[in-house]
Design a protein around this ligand. Structure first.
Ligand SMILES: *Cc1c(COP(=O)(O)O)cnc(C)c1O
Length: 355
């Protein structure tokens, strides 16, 4: 039995993979594959509507939120957030906590004056009380889970009248969320919501209609919202898989149950790291990610041996992000507890053999 610990595209539940295969053969009795189904027809309209309904149920989204199924990945959103939200303002606040927030800031700097409201040290999250927020910022941007650094927000700020915009690519739907704190949430699908090619954008209605005139129509939140996401062809297969993931999540007890499973997996792995003689997690306990568990061995030769032997034992894609090195185990929703148990057993065995 192999387990895929990649951060994204991440592992998928076997039931979802099977249902996706069935839909490639014949999508819901239409006689057509999902790959050839017209996006303007009633069958696809049903797939889209069900996915949106399940997402709204899971997150408790109120009617004043719009759900957009876009393309371009979270990386496109790094530019599209300022393009859509600035509305003529010059400044946006950013909280810098690691690799992905820095990427977001670099793109945003092409469109606005990026103010660093707070900066983490790569091992923690600066406490919200210490952020220096600007009253006339168009929005405040956070990366709730730094996938490369293994850092996660466990406490959210209150930014008052300034809309909070969040890259939640890695941790959306991994735990219950107080959506009312936010104005905008975006996430690439290939972490917890299926396959690459789909970017989920959740946006509060009152923030629509501010897009810069140069914004491409397909990336204008207001236009996409008005056209039910059909300004152009949506990523139909990725939407189908997202719908399957949402249904799987609901059947498993929704977000409270997912959060319990995820917390158990992460606690077991961090305990194994902290209790060992050779593994070390550099992230402060209060900011440790429950999704991306990052750790290091005493030196690079140990890490190379660990990764090669893990791969041979069926524990796949544990290499850390190139920006930080080391080992990274991604425990997204679909990673079973048995996968984490297998990793922990392997780590103990590796430590014993290394002596
Ligand atoms: C994976 C990831 C991204 C990049 O997503 P793409 O789909 O490759 O653009 C951005 N932010 C975070 C937090 C991520 O985990």
């Amino acid at each position: 039995m192999a387990y895929n610990f990649a951060s994204g595209p991440a592992t998928l539940p076997p039931d979802v993979l099977k249902a996706a295969r069935d839909a490639i053969a014949d999508c819901r009795g239409t006689g057509l594959s999902i790959l050839e189904l017209p996006f303007t027809g009633t069958a696809f309209a049903g797939i889209l509507a069900e996915a949106e309904r399940d997402l709204r149920d899971l997150l408790g989204l109120s009617g004043d939120w719009r759900v957009l199924f876009l393309q371009g990945g979270a990386s496109a959103q790094f530019a599209l957030v300022p393009m859509n939200l600035l509305g003529g303002r010059r400044d946006a606040d950013y909280v810098e906590t690691g690799h992905w927030s820095r990427r977001a800031m670099a793109e945003a700097a092409k469109w606005c004056r990026v103010r660093t409201a707070a900066r983490g040290n790569g091992r923690g999250v600066p406490p919200p009380e210490q952020w220096s927020l600007s009253a006339d910022a168009a929005y405040c941007h956070v990366t709730t889970n730094e996938t490369a650094d293994g850092v996660q927000f466990h406490r959210l700020p209150d930014t008052g009248a300034v809309p909070l915009a969040a890259d939640m690519s890695a941790d959306l739907l991994t735990r219950p969320l107080k959506v009312s704190r936010f104005g905008l949430i975006y996430a690439s699908a290939q972490k917890n919501l299926g396959v690459a090619g789909l970017t989920l954008v959740l946006v509060r209605e009152d923030l629509l209609g501010r897009a810069h005139p140069g914004t491409p129509a397909v990336f204008d939140y207001g236009r996409q919202a008005a056209a039910q996401g059909k300004v152009n062809t949506p990523p139909t297969f990725a939407v189908l898989v997202a719908g399957l993931m949402l249904r799987w999540l609901k059947a498993g007890g929704g977000l409270p149950a997912a959060a319990e499973r995820n917390a158990r997996k992460a606690a077991a792995l961090y305990a194994a790291i902290d209790g060992s003689g050779i593994y070390r997690c550099p992230v402060e306990p209060s900011a440790r990610s429950l999704v991306n568990v990052r750790f290091h061995l005493p030196d690079e030769a140990d890490e190379a041996a660990f990764l090669a032997e893990a791969e041979a034992a069926g524990l796949l894609n544990l290499k850390g992000h190139p920006a930080v090195g080391g080992v990274r185990a991604t425990l997204c929703n679909a990673m079973p507890e048995a996968g984490v148990d297998a990793l922990i057993a392997f780590m103990a065995d590796f430590e014993r053999r290394r002596g």
